[in-house]
Design a protein around this ligand. Structure first.
Ligand code: ATP
Ligand code: MG
Length: 580
């Protein structure tokens, strides 16, 4: 039942096609009752010596006609029903992806990629099967059994029917028990499948590291372990699945045995004719499929509902950050201000930001420096609105961010994350990711600002070079500059560079920052860097330690006051002069 409730939207949308399919299936079942009756009649006619060649020809022609009619009808209902299967699968996949694109990092911390992949493949398939094959088996059972029973009672003998049905309650018992086992084991198998997906993803993407640490054997062993687990769990599902059909055949076989022995007795007693006995046993045989269908139905339904539960669990999750109830329209981010913002990541107890405050006017540049792990990236991420924060702590144009729509906020910000994210597409496609309709001129300009022009000219296919998964064909510094060109192409109001130049040399870094300062005059920039020269031109610099701002000011002020900044600066200057 829960399956129907969870897929109510789909059944509502497609009810007409289900009505058509079910109606045709019912007609088909009724029509299949005709041949056994005709066969019974012929047998009786033979017995009574009344068979004429005329009646035989008529019967054969009618049987042929029926066969052709059934061919067309069965084809129609199968295509109608199984189209629904394919449809629900594609709708669910789309829904899933749409939902994933709305999710914030917290969601991906809770749900692994492997699990999500299992959901998009196996679970979606199981749901589609239930919506098509499952419905078919259910209708087959209900219509098939009732039509056969009605025919047996009305045409032959209710006594014989009752006797032959004695073994059937056992069937219900067996199906119930097996169904439960299938469901439990299927859930476990799906969970292991998710784990295996994760392991495979990690092994493939981390292959180079694994090889360089000579961990191939260990990795293979670990993968072997998870695949064995998947194998064992699936084997269990297969065992219970396989028990369905023979159990059903066995019980129906018992029915047939009773039907023949008690039926023969009734023929001798002259209660039914010989033709009736034959018709009855053909009817009994016609019960086998609906019974198997019922077993299949339970089995498919169990898997389908398990999958629908998993799907529902993911689809019902909401992003951690949503638009507020009231939103104020802000034309442009005239200022960015943080007031005593304290923040900890969901699921972590320690604060990653503690009482952080600063104010930045439009057109200014903020530099953020500090030891590794001091909270620099965390601070920048607050502007991306990926994590929930307290109200009235972060303001844009003096309006609290929770009153600004997320869409508007995102349209202002262009972000170069610390871990670059490149797609296995061409360079050009990677660069114009955020602005698909960018002109060649704009792209060239962004590439020039990112000091990447020379590199492009050296690539085999220039901008059309496919850079491989995660940009494996590029050097670390090249990857960073592609990511920067991508961000600069947007020419956004707020540019966030999170340690985005760590892999390029100091000279190139200076050239890029100089370009950015010139081209982005009047727009706001936030930069974090381990190299202090990258922020020395900033209008304001925050020095962070353990989530707190421990010093702030302009470069000159910070140099004047001494402390970590001055020490670090002198240290880096000395190193630079040694390098030259
Ligand atoms: P780096 O210079 O190495 O880039 P950072 O100053 O950018 O360091 P952050 O990434 O802001 O440091 O991390 C600050 C603290 O927050 C660290 O202690 C880190 O362990 C923690 N942290 C970062 N990301 C998460 C996360 N997703 N969940 C929980 N804790 C996190
Ligand atoms: Mg960082």
């Amino acid at each position: 039942m829960s399956f129907v409730i969870k897929l109510k939207w789909f059944f509502k949308q497609r009810w007409k096609s289900y009505v058509v399919a079910i109606t045709i299936m019912t007609i088909v079942t009724l029509l299949t009752m005709i041949p056994p009756i005709m066969i019974g009649n012929i047998v009786d006619q033979i017995g009574e010596n009344k068979l004429t060649s005329e009646s035989l020809t008529k019967t054969v022609l009618l049987l042929l006609f029926l066969a052709i009619l059934l061919y067309i009808l069965v084809f129609t209902w199968i295509t109608t029903l199984f189209r629904n299967s394919a449809l629900v699968e594609s709708i669910l996949r789309k829904k899933l992806l749409t939902n994933l694109t709305k999710m914030t990092p917290g969601f991906f911390q809770r749900n692994t990629t492997g699990d999500l992949m299992a959901l998009a493949t196996n679970d979606v398939l199981a749901i589609g099967q239930t919506a098509g094959f499952g419905v078919m088996t259910l209708v087959n059972t209900i219509v098939g059994v009732s039509v056969v029973v009605i025919m047996m009672v009305s045409l032959i003998s209710y006594k014989l029917m009752l006797a032959a049905f004695i073994p059937l309650p056992f069937l219900a018992l067996v199906i119930n028990k097996l169904g439960k086992n299938v469901r439990v084991n299927f859930l476990e198998a799906q969970a292991s499948f998710g784990k295996m997906n994760d392991q495979a993803l990690e092994s493939i993407s981390g292959m180079r590291v694994i090889r360089s640490y000579v961990q191939e054997e260990n990795d293979i062993a670990a993968f072997d372990h998870v695949t064995t687990e998947v194998l064992n769990k699936n084997r269990k599902v297969a065992i219970f699945n396989a028990l369905f059909q023979p159990s059903i055949s066995l019980i129906v076989g018992l029915s047939v045995a009773i039907g023949i022995s008690y039926g023969s007795y009734l023929v001798i007693q002259n209660e039914i004719s010989l033709g009736d006995l034959i018709t009855f046993n053909i009817f009994l045989g016609m019960l086998i499929w609906p019974m198997i269908a019922f077993g299949e139905f339970i089995n498919v339904l169990q898997r389908g509902s398990a999958s629908a539960d998993r799907m529902d669990n993911i689809l019902s999750q909401q992003p951690d950050v949503k638009n507020g109830e009231v939103t104020t329209t802000v034309n442009a981010p005239l200022s960015i201000e943080m007031k005593n913002l304290t923040f900890h990541y969901p699921g972590s107890t320690a604060n990653s930001l503690e009482q952080v405050s600063f104010r930045l006017e439009r057109g200014q540049t903020l530099g953020i420096v500090g030891r590794t792990g001091s909270g620099k990236s965390t601070l920048l991420k607050q502007l991306l609105r990926q994590y929930p924060i307290d109200n009235e702590k972060l303001f844009i144009s003096d309006i609290p961010v929770e009153q600004i729509s997320l869409e508007q906020m995102k349209s202002w910000v262009s972000y170069v994350p610390q871990e670059h994210m490149l797609l296995s597409k061409t360079l050009k496609e990677n660069i114009k990711l955020g602005k698909p309709n960018a002109t060649q001129e704009e792209i060239d300009r962004a590439i020039k600002m990112a000091s990447f022009t020379k590199d492009v000219s050296r690539m085999a296919d220039g901008l059309e070079t496919v850079i491989g998964e995660q940009g494996v064909m590029l050097s670390g510094g090249q990857k960073q500059r592609v990511a920067i060109a991508r961000a600069l192409l947007l020419d956004a109001e707020i540019l966030i560079l999170d340690d985005s130049l760590s892999a390029v040399d100091a000279k190139t870094e200076n050239i890029i920052l100089h370009e950015i300062r010139n081209e982005r005059a009047g727009k706001t920039t936030l930069i974090t860097s381990h190299r202090l020269s990258a922020v020395s031109h900033a209008d304001w610099i925050l020095v962070m330690n353990e989530g707190r701002v421990i010093a702030e000011g302009t470069h000159e002020e910070l140099m004047f006051h001494g402390g970590w900044y001055k020490e670090q600066w002198e240290h880096q200057q000395m190193e630079a002069s040694l390098d030259d």
